[in-house]
Design a binder for this molecule. Structure first.
Ligand SMILES: C[S@@+](CC[C@H](N)C(=O)[O-])C[C@H]1O[C@@H](n2cnc3c(N)ncnc32)[C@H](O)[C@@H]1O
Length: 237
């Protein structure tokens, strides 16, 4: 299958209709699998297609690692992805040397597992140097017990396009989940697009809970997204 170079809002490509799309990250092919049978809207089945924010975040992480002479930004870091869906961000983070746990809610996690397994099998066979850990676990926001030993505190928490709901309870549950995975120097890296749905209450709630949100200048965004309305945030506490 031909590799399709990414451009944001490419009028010639309806990405959501493609069952499989293969991209190159770290000189390796990563295939994104979508469930095109499902009806997807902002309230239902959001996991089953790849959102633009995941390509943006994956490229941003790749570029950041390429520019990191000390090679320490992700290498051997413990990372967790929340709301991983098709799993692109988690897979690329693993390719960049981090130990990664991808998570999503119970109705989605087997889909995410499948997407990851289909990539990891051939990548580990072809590239013996890929020896970091990668796994997939169910994690529904707000449902993680504080003493849940399946999880630890992470160096980096990742989220692409997971802030889009105005539901106060859901945003609270997302922030509680972040808190339960947090340690002193954790950074939460988030790609976000404003959708005027009232979802920006998430950021007010973050500052009420003593998180600080740092905006990454658009000059540091991947070139494929120049002029897009996406933001990338580093959130610290
Ligand atoms: C818009 S999709 C983004 C998926 C993926 N990160 C991407 O960018 O392609 C939102 C994701 O958040 C997950 N999600 C929504 N509510 C959740 C909850 N309460 N707990 C865990 N995950 C949730 C969905 O299942 C979905 O995977």
């Amino acid at each position: 299958m031909a590799l399709v170079p990414w451009t944001y809002n490419n009028p010639r490509i309806q990405r959501s209709n493609c069952r499989e799309q293969t991209y190159t990250f770290c000189n390796k092919n990563v295939t994104v699998y979508q469930d095109t049978e499902k009806e997807i809207n902002v309230h239902n089945n959001t996991a089953f297609k790849m959102w633009d924010g995941s390509f943006l975040l994956a490229k941003y992480l790749e570029n950041k690692c390429l520019g990191d002479r000390t090679n320490s930004f992700l290498k051997k870091k413990n990372c967790i992805e929340l709301g991983a869906g098709c799993g692109l961000v988690g897979i690329v983070t693993w390719l960049l040397g981090a130990n990664v746990t991808l998570t999503d809610m119970d109705t989605v996690v087997s889909f995410t597992e499948n997407c990851v397994a289909k990539n990891i099998g051939h990548l580990t066979e072809e590239h013996a140097e890929l020896n970091a850990n990668i796994n997939v676990m169910e994690l529904t926001w707000g449902k993680k017990d504080l003493d849940d030993s399946r999880f630890c505190a992470y160096d980096i928490i990742l989220g692409s396009d997971i802030v889009y709901s105005p539901d106060i309870k859901l945003n609270e549950m997302l922030i509680s989940t972040m808190e339960s995975l947090w340690k002193e120097d954790t950074v939460f890296i988030l790609s976000y697009k404003p959708r005027s749905l009232g979802e920006n209450i998430f950021f007010d709630m973050l500052s009420e809970r003593n998180f600080a949100t740092h905006t990454i200048p658009s000059t540091q965004h991947p070139k494929e997204f120049s002029g897009s309305d996406y933001s990338i945030f580093h959130i610290t506490r």
